[in-house]
Design a protein around this ligand. Structure first.
Ligand code: C3B
Length: 795
């Protein structure tokens, strides 16, 4: 949009007066932020309404992305950037005596997600708007988000994330679009005069689902899409006891701070049905405003199941088509399969959801009937060709459990993994039986990120340098970064690249100083591992690397200075992960208080990792630690964000690391460790002995002993637990097996650091090759191969 500084300043002052009956300069920073956010919302609301009207008028096919998590991050900066008014607004703010960064920082991060899965969903919404695809989000408006993390005596403490305490400026309550979601009760099937069946419900628990819409503003294209989040409320008019009200409100009260196992199972099941049913119902209601024939649904609607949490969309859509529309089974099934598609995000067996049939049928009796019929028909259709054993292994129901991943595959026309390796492993292991039956459904869609947030907003100095070197086209199409490689031999450019990195390090160092009171020298390597804490991601291996350096320096060896920066939340019920957090903090205490380590080796664990903190850390990183055991990390996306900011990846050949290496070149990153097939062989042969490695490698021996011999303060019981997982339980994630090659790889990076020009060249290769990992391309591949939804504008 076009906006003059003068007009902006006048509008902003008027908005402040309108909202708070006061002058801008008398408002709190939060109020200043809110006034600005409401003003910006007003700027795009016409486009928002018009985008919806256009999709309807042109009968655009629309995609609905069902996800139990979203992590949009702060929206003010990104909305300003995408509207093309960021510079103008910032100039206006400055003229009004306000610091833009301070105003931006007053915005809360909506805590609607745990980690990569949720952030990917938000990146996709941003990308779809930016390339002009008709894509909507569908999820839950959790009143409390993921917990706020604090460290007390080195332990993780979880505080409630009351992100809605102040009104959330970007959302719009659409009470006129509320729908009713039914739980429990009993259901009888009655024949209608025309022979079709009608489902009659008795004694159901009804809940009102009220949508809150947030605009997803496209980049410089006037497109504004919608993320719709549902909130549970008592149905109006009913006489509700306080207890009933509390039970209803509980459905959308809190995001499970857990992406590994399924705590609070029944409530989780309620949540999943709640947003899935509300989403399906509202889609059908909207569709029916324009079409009478529900058989046309797949021509106009695609519904995407993001991981298994919304997999019951298969059953809910069947329910609506069978019961509400009176369709016969075969037609309803055909339409359901054509409409739905599914992404798997993990190979971890414990994250594959299953529901006890008894719980499922009590809470969702009609869906349980439909699930039984899906199972019966699946077995009947494929047993003869594929044999009873195979079909039994992959049927939706077995051993009294509903297996949601299998249901999602059976009820979708397309199934994908999130990196090439992951998609291959799905076919070869986790979903191999279903791959036998439905090979044509399987495909790969490597994840992506949004460089608008991670480079343009988070790294203004790098962005400016790129602009002056190759022009600004990369801002719209990041594949235009490739020509940057022409600067590989340009010492002046490389110096400027290092200077931009230094500015980012300065900013991060200032934050770390305020938050943790630590000094981080700017000439040190900033070595970053930021992701959820999980055994398979192997933060422990990183800690072992730190201890190796500590012992070496103690021993008089000289190493380039390195700052080890961590950000990670552990699920509150995940004992081992919390023990590793305590360990990292213990190692930090040991090292950061040792005068011999000053300026050489430090451990910086910044609490409460999330989108906004990532924006501070990523631009300052020199090394990106992507060290999961090969074959365990589905894709990773912090690897892409760090790469695009010029960090060198220290990686196993896992997830998207492999594709990053292909893109940047073998000399632009350092890899180590067992490969997926070596891991599989080692595990299958039962030849692995952690104890033998411990006995054979003196450094490793010493480090493992440090867990229990009191050298690391405050970890008596946690150290024992971790040591026992390594030695007694034989090191599930092969930390000891990969230790030596991890250290060797890390030393290669130390050596490269001594040649700053070569380091800068490798950083440049990463930046130049990062464009292909833009989510703008990922969503277009989904649009073309899976959803049949094409971009209307954009690139
Ligand atoms: C994550 C995976 O662990 C990552 O490898 C992947 O990059 C992202 O999803 C996005 O695809 N994931 C998650 O954050 N939560 C889950 N429950 C499952 C996977």
């Amino acid at each position: 949009m076009t906006l003059s500084k003068k007009r902006f300043m006048a509008d902003y002052q008027a908005e402040a007066l309108h909202l708070f009956a006061d002058k801008l300069e008398h408002l709190s920073t939060l109020q200043q932020y809110q006034a600005l956010a409401f003003l910006i919302k007003g700027y795009y609301s016409t486009n928002w309404a018009q985008t919806k009207a256009t999709y309807d008028r042109q009968q655009q096919k629309q995609l609905y992305y069902f996800s139990i998590e979203f992590m949009p991050g702060r929206l003010l900066g990104s909305n300003l950037l995408n509207l093309g008014i960021k510079d103008t607004v910032e100039a206006g703010l400055s003229e009004l005596g306000l610091d833009p960064e301070t105003v931006y920082a007053a915005e809360v991060d909506p805590g609607l997600g745990n980690g990569g899965l949720g952030r990917l969903a938000s990146a996709f919404l941003d990308a779809m708007a930016s390339v002009g695809m008709a894509g909507n989000g569908n999820g839950i408006r959790y009143q409390y988000g993921l917990f706020q993390q604090r460290f007390v005596d080195g332990y993780q403490v979880e505080l409630p994330d009351d992100w809605l305490r102040n009104p959330y400026a970007w959302e719009t309550r659409k009470e006129n679009r509320a729908v009713i979601v039914r739980f429990g009760g009993t259901v009888n099937l009655m024949s209608r005069p025309d022979g079709s069946l009608e489902a009659v419900y008795h004694d159901t628990d009804d809940v009102l689902a009220v949508p809150y819409d947030t605009a997803m503003v496209g980049y410089h294209n006037q497109v504004v899409n919608t993320m719709r989040l549902w909130s549970a409320e008592p149905v109006p008019g009913g006489a509700h006891s306080l207890e009933e009200k509390a039970r209803v409100n509980a459905i959308t009260q809190i995001l499970y701070p857990d992406d590994s196992d399924t705590a609070g199972r029944e409530l989780r099941l309620r949540q999943e049905y709640f947003f899935t049913s509300a989403g399906v119902q509202s889609i059908i209601t909207h569709f029916r405003r324009y079409h009478h024939d529900l058989r046309l649904l797949p021509q106009f609607v695609a519904i995407h199941i993001n991981d298994t949490h919304p997999a019951m969309a298969v059953l809910e859509l069947m329910r609506v088509l069978l019961d509400d529309a009176g369709m016969d089974w075969d037609t309803a099934w055909q339409i359901t399969v054509k409409t739905l598609s599914y992404t798997n995000h993990t190979l971890m067996a414990e994250a594959l959801e299953t529901w006890p049939q008894s719980m499922f049928s009590q809470l969702l009796p009609r869906l349980a009937q439909i699930a039984g019929e899906v199972d019966r028909r699946f077995r009947a259709a494929y047993t003869r060709r594929f044999g009873e054993l195979l079909v039994d292994r992959c049927a939706p129901i077995a051993d009294g459990q509903l297996r949601m991943a299998y249901l999602a595959v059976i009820g979708s026309h397309a199934v994908n993994g999130v990196a090439k390796l992951h998609s291959k492993l799905l076919q070869q292991s986790l979903l191999k039986d279903l791959y036998m039956i439905f090979p044509e459904r399987f495909n790969n869609k490597t994840n992506g990120i949004t460089p608008r947030r991670w480079v343009q907003i988070a790294n203004p100095d790098l962005s400016a340098l790129i602009d002056t070197t190759i022009g600004t086209n990369w801002r719209r199409d990041p594949r235009e970064l490739v020509p940057l490689v022409a600067q590989l031999e340009d010492p002046q450019f490389l110096t400027q690249l290092q200077a931009a990195k230094r500015v980012n390090k300065q900013r991060l160092a200032a934050l770390v100083h305020t938050e943790l009171g630590l000094e981080m020298p700017l000439d040190a390597i900033y070595d970053v591992q930021i992701k959820r804490l999980h055994a398979y991601k192997r933060q422990l291996l990183h800690v072992f690397g730190i201890l190796e350096a500590y012992l070496a320096i103690k021993n008089g060896e000289s190493r380039p200075p390195r700052m080890h920066i961590f950000g990670a939340k552990a699920a509150p019920s995940y004992r081992y992960a919390k023990a590793v957090i305590r360990l990292i903090n213990g190692v930090a205490e040991l090292i950061n208080h040792d005068p011999e380590m000053a300026g050489k080796l430090q451990v910086v664990f910044i609490p409460n990792y999330g989108v906004s903190l990532a924006e501070q850390i990523i631009p300052a990183a020199d090394i990106s630690e992507q060290i999961s055991l090969a074959g365990t990390e589905a894709s990773g996306t912090s690897n892409m964000k760090l790469m695009s900011n010029g960090a060198l990846t220290l990686a196993t050949l896992d997830g998207a690391n492999i594709e990053i290496q292909e893109a940047a070149g073998a000399d632009a990153m350092v890899t180590f460790g067992l490969t997926t097939s070596e891991v599989a062989q080692l595990q299958a042969s039962h030849a692995y002995s952690a104890k033998a490695l411990y006995a054979a490698n003196p450094t490793l021996h010493r480090i493992v002993d440090m867990l229990t011999d009191g050298s690391i303060p405050g970890i008596a019981s946690e150290g024992r637990e971790i040591a026992s997982e390594l030695l007694e339980y034989n090191d599930t994630y092969l930390v000891l097996a990969d230790f030596a090659s991890y250290i060797a790889a890390s030393k290669r990076l130390d050596a490269l650091w001594q040649k700053p020009q070569q380091w800068a060249q490798a950083a440049l290769k990463n930046i130049a090759a990062s464009g292909q990992f833009s989510a703008d391309f990922t969503v277009q591949r989904y649009g073309r191969d899976v959803w049949d939804v094409l971009p209307t504008t954009g690139i």
